[in-house]
Design a protein around this ligand. Structure first.
Ligand SMILES: *Cc1c(COP(=O)(O)O)cnc(C)c1O
Length: 431
């Protein structure tokens, strides 16, 4: 396989863009080598600048649940573009997407659209503080909520991949109201509530962690959080930027039957264009300006192209049988890759929640950041390059989730499993 053009493009990019990428997870820091520059995509495939084709399990890090260039989505966006790309005034499209979100996501009674997941979590926590009149928030170790200053504390995703400490540039004062606890421990939350309950506005978490690899909640964890939050008057906030419309159509809150007070959304909700949102109880959402006093705004928020892509995606996704079929395909792939690893004598700890999944090179169960971080990242790097060579692309890090789409057919799944069989055999010799 030839990567000459990607190499040349990466050199040029590094001259004018820090590290050559516009989001750190795109660099190949954790696996070595250099990022592939992508030229085009279709269905389950992406093509790099050297014409190499890959089956894609990154899917823009989650949003593309209908695969690349879904004809319905593309047509809707093209038509919308001819009517104007932005007005800075309300449109019926925004109401339509908000109605869809309220119908699909159990906790959503009202929705405010923003442009990214980062904006969604930042805004939803301002709202939690405004509504409760309290300053402190709890976030969990290895959970990632975007790059807002006060959330860059023991964060997952590329922060974990690159082994970065809490980022320089974040003033100490900004994180002093951010408390942390391990994922999947109710005792740790109860201890924080007991000592500081009256000062805590909310706890924000990924109900299924997807930014330290993919780690599901243990039995009873989310229900236990709900109960503790009710007991101490703390708002329960699910960051479903990744899990929304992915763990189940209605997100992790539908799958586990636990309804948070507020929810942050992103990724799938924009169908591949930039949309984020926060949603929740009407009485809380009424605090947001201009209904209430909490200020939050955006020049391009509710952008007609982005909202159109979101509407087309959610409408397609809620057609009978569509979501279940994606989950079934993902399950077949997970089973096939796990079996291929066993056959090669490689220990994998495999997780799946709906259309998200992950393979930890780890012989112990992974339940939190401590256990996730004991994975063999060198083995993951070897596997990554062995799969790229065979035309399969997945996140270049142990601490990210894989994603599946409607475009990943049985044939694509079989091809991926076959690639994994020979890749594992190749790397097993010197792990
Ligand atoms: C991706 C992600 C974010 C940040 O969203 P951006 O659109 O990248 O700003 C926040 N929370 C979670 C759980 C995410 O996976």
């Amino acid at each position: 396989m030839n990567f000459t053009n990607s190499e040349k493009l990466f050199k040029e990019a590094q001259e004018v863009i820090p590290g050559g990428v516009n989001s750190p997870a795109r660099a190949f820091g954790a696996v070595g080598g250099q990022p592939l520059f992508i030229e085009r995509a279709k269905g389950p495939y992406i093509w790099d600048a050297d014409g190499n084709r890959y089956i894609d399990y990154v899917l823009s890090w989650g949003p593309l649940i209908l695969g690349h260039t879904n004809p319905t989505v593309i047509k809707a966006v093209q038509e919308a573009a001819t009517r104007g790309t932005s007005y800075g005034a309300p449109t019926a499209l925004e109401t339509e997407l908000a109605e869809l979100v309220c119908e699909i996501v159990p906790s959503a009674e009202q929705v405010r659209f923003v442009n990214s997941g980062t904006e969604a979590t930042m805004s939803v926590l301002r709202l939690a503080r405004a509504f409760t009149g309290r300053d402190k928030i709890i976030k969990l170790q290895g959970n990632y909520h975007g790059h807002a200053d006060f959330l860059l504390v023991q964060a997952g995703s590329a922060v974990a991949t690159l082994g970065l400490p809490d980022s320089p540039g974040v003033p100490k004062g900004v994180t002093q109201d951010t408390l942390t606890a391990p994922f999947n421990s109710l005792e740790a939350i109860e201890a924080l509530f007991k000592t500081g309950g009256d000062d805590i506005a909310g706890i924000i978490l990924e109900p299924v962690a997807g930014n330290m690899g993919m780690v599901p909640p243990v039995e009873g964890y989310l229900a236990g959080l709900r109960q503790l939050c009710d007991q101490y008057g703390v708002l329960l906030i699910f960051d479903e930027v990744m899990t929304g419309f992915r763990v189940a159509l209605g997100g992790a809150q539908e799958y586990y039957g636990v309804t948070p007070d507020l929810t942050a959304l992103g990724k799938v909700i924009g169908g591949g264009l930039p949309v984020g949102a926060y949603a929740g109880r009407r009485d809380i959402m009424q605090t947001v300006a201009p209904a209430g006093p909490m200020y939050q705004a955006g020049t391009l928020s509710g952008n007609p192209l982005a909202v159109t892509a979101g509407i087309a995606t959610l409408k397609e996704l809620k057609k009978p049988g569509v979501f279940d079929k994606i989950v079934a395909g993902a399950t077949t792939l997970c089973e096939g890759i796990s079996a291929a690893a066993s056959a090669a004598g490689i220990s994998l700890y495999q997780t799946q929640a709906g259309t998200m999944f992950c393979f930890f090179f780890n012989d112990q169960p992974v339940t939190d950041w401590d256990t996730a971080s004991k994975s063999n990242t060198r083995a993951l790097a070897r596997f990554f390059h062995a799969m790229v060579k065979r035309g399969v692309y997945f996140p270049p890090s142990q601490y990210e989730s894989w994603f599946f789409s409607t475009a990943h057919t049985q044939e694509v799944v079989v091809a991926t499993i076959q690639a994994a069989q020979t890749a594992f055999a190749e790397i097993a010799e010197d792990l």
